[in-house]
Design a protein around this ligand. Sequence first.
Ligand SMILES: Cc1cc2nc3c(=O)[nH]c(=O)nc-3n(C[C@H](O)[C@H](O)[C@H](O)COP(=O)(O)OP(=O)(O)OC[C@H]3O[C@@H](n4cnc5c(N)ncnc54)[C@H](O)[C@@H]3O)c2cc1C
Length: 660
Amino acid sequence: MNRYVQQGDNPDITEERLKATFDVDRFTEFYHGGLKRLKSRRKVERYLEEHAELRDIRPTPFMSRDELIDNSIRKLAGMAKFNEMIDLNDIEKTTYFLQMVHVRDSMPFSLHYLMFLPVLNSQASPEQLATWMPLALSGTVIGTYAQTEMGHGTNLSKLETTATYDPNTQEFILHTPTISGAKWWPGSLGKFCNHAIIVANLWTQGKCEGPHPFWVQIRDSETHEALKNVRLGDIGPKLSLNGSDNGYLIFDNFRIPRENMLMRHSKVLPDGTYVKPPHSKLAYGGMVFVRSMMVRDIANHLANAVTIATRYSAVRRQGEPVPGKGEVKILDYQTQQYRIFPYIAKAIAFRIAGEELQVIFREVSKQLKKGEASQLPDIHALSSGLKALVTFEVQQGIEQCRLACGGHGYSHASGIPELSAFSCGSCTYEGDNLVLMLQVAKYLTKAVTSPVASGICAYLHKKSSALQSALSSHKTYSDLQIVQDFEHVTRRAVLQAMDKLKIASGTMPDAWNRCSVELSKAARWHIRLYIVRIVLSKISTAPEDLKPVLRTLAKLYIFDLQVSNKGHFMEEGYMSAQQIDELKEGIWDAMSTIRPDAVSIVDAFAIHEIELKSVLGRRDGNVYPGLMEWTKHSQLNEKDVPVAFDKYLAPIIKKLRSRL
Ligand SMILES: Cc1cc2nc3c(=O)[nH]c(=O)nc-3n(C[C@H](O)[C@H](O)[C@H](O)COP(=O)(O)OP(=O)(O)OC[C@H]3O[C@@H](n4cnc5c(N)ncnc54)[C@H](O)[C@@H]3O)c2cc1C
């Protein structure tokens, strides 16, 4: 049952909704993690519907950079009146509120909420928190997280910004020695932040102790001017996020008190003595938090894209396979289904993995607070790998959705170009994806050689019980068999890469480099195995009435993964060509089962129109009137004859005409 049907909707989309084989509302409840969370989302949506001042004045693709900045800061200032919606004890509601207000392009101060506050929370001592947190929450301190420099992002040990301790004055001297040491990229650093957490290489008693975070005021509280010995500005327009002033910052021997170093884990005593953190990885807590949030958010970008492509494909008619019988919906073409449906399945799989990552993060956080850090390497590797795999595949999925919308997919009216540009940054920020996969590989080298491998690595130490997959029919392929087959392929990929590394000649860095493609591929399999396992396990606990549709989607995700990587499954005859054909049959079967439910499945993601920002994906399916309406926003249409024509072309044409 699908309750999205309304009078005045495009009959083609209504026809789809009437075919639903499951209750869309119950799917939504499952997808969003229960009625309580759903109610909280609906509250935020109503709020936005009732407060026009928190919404865009006109679609953002029609705005210049100045207008984008103005628009985003205007909404931000408006938000200050609505602080009942900002509740740091309810991160879920707060982030959804921020997401709905700022949607895609313009997310000013996201760094304040997503990095500044969490890093403060995890790395400041209790005394520092008592002083700074009220300020950070008051709205008077606007912060960002400044780690990357022009010359270095990945290799933190080579950051050039230094924080040198002076015991005479009990101050740190922050200094940028070269242009390449300028902080570069941090969101809102250029013009709007007045504070930053600066990551700098700490020097004390003549020794470098590596990168450490510092609480630094960078602009005057009254005038908002840059403080003396701090030079900063905007780095210019970017592929997306142009409503935000990603910035640069240069210090010239700028002094801050000793107490401004974040000292929950490591410390510098007044005499300059350095006190190490009890566990070298404790600082990872903040990173893991952000990545755990990112995985689910980015999965949501894919959910947006497939919602647009599916709804549009249900109302777009093109081609008449049987002459005289009328044009068919493009959603009826198997090729179109193959382009979109596996990504519907991925959007759900990635969401489930993202949700689970947050559950694990909360658990590990509790342990960290007690000083117990044994699970940190596992979650650090898992969050890095999931972030890398999900952001990359979401990007591919959004592009497929754009192609699925034909010419209109290229227009900003589809919402897809903005979505794509916004989303692709996630492959780079919070760690370059390839580098993150190599970190997972490094973790796996340890797991393979450790005498006991824990939880998610236990499969590495299992003896493969079978030489051949037990798959006989895709219909009877059990969860256990699927997991066994993925474990087999993953173990093989990991062990082969490790064996290659073991026998590689030369120094370790050189050997590592020469094996790194295979190592990162093995790491990718480790993450895929995790997703497959967690998806099957989550669906096994779903309400009975939703299991059929969810299982079909899970199988589509899994079979597509297997068929697309069939070489790995067929190595040494583990799977035969017939078994791969059986999986292909499973894909075609799943696609035809999903076809009547496709619109209802994406409806069940319950993405509000404010967030979707798409004429092609609108709920009512009235795309063509919507496209015509969209043209009214174009400034070019304000005048029949554009100024540039009168200015440049008219005189030339006039001259040419006079010669005729
Ligand atoms: C939109 C956006 C917002 C950002 N916001 C912030 C922010 O708020 N605060 C902040 O501090 N930073 C921010 N950043 C910076 C971001 O974190 C870095 O760009 C990112 O960590 C990658 O580092 P890099 O730019 O130095 O890339 P590089 O490390 O130079 O990577 C370039 C290439 O080299 C490869 N490479 C590098 N090292 C290795 C290695 N060891 N092995 C194999 N390959 C390697 C990479 O895979 C990549 O292909 C932002 C970036 C973007 C795009």
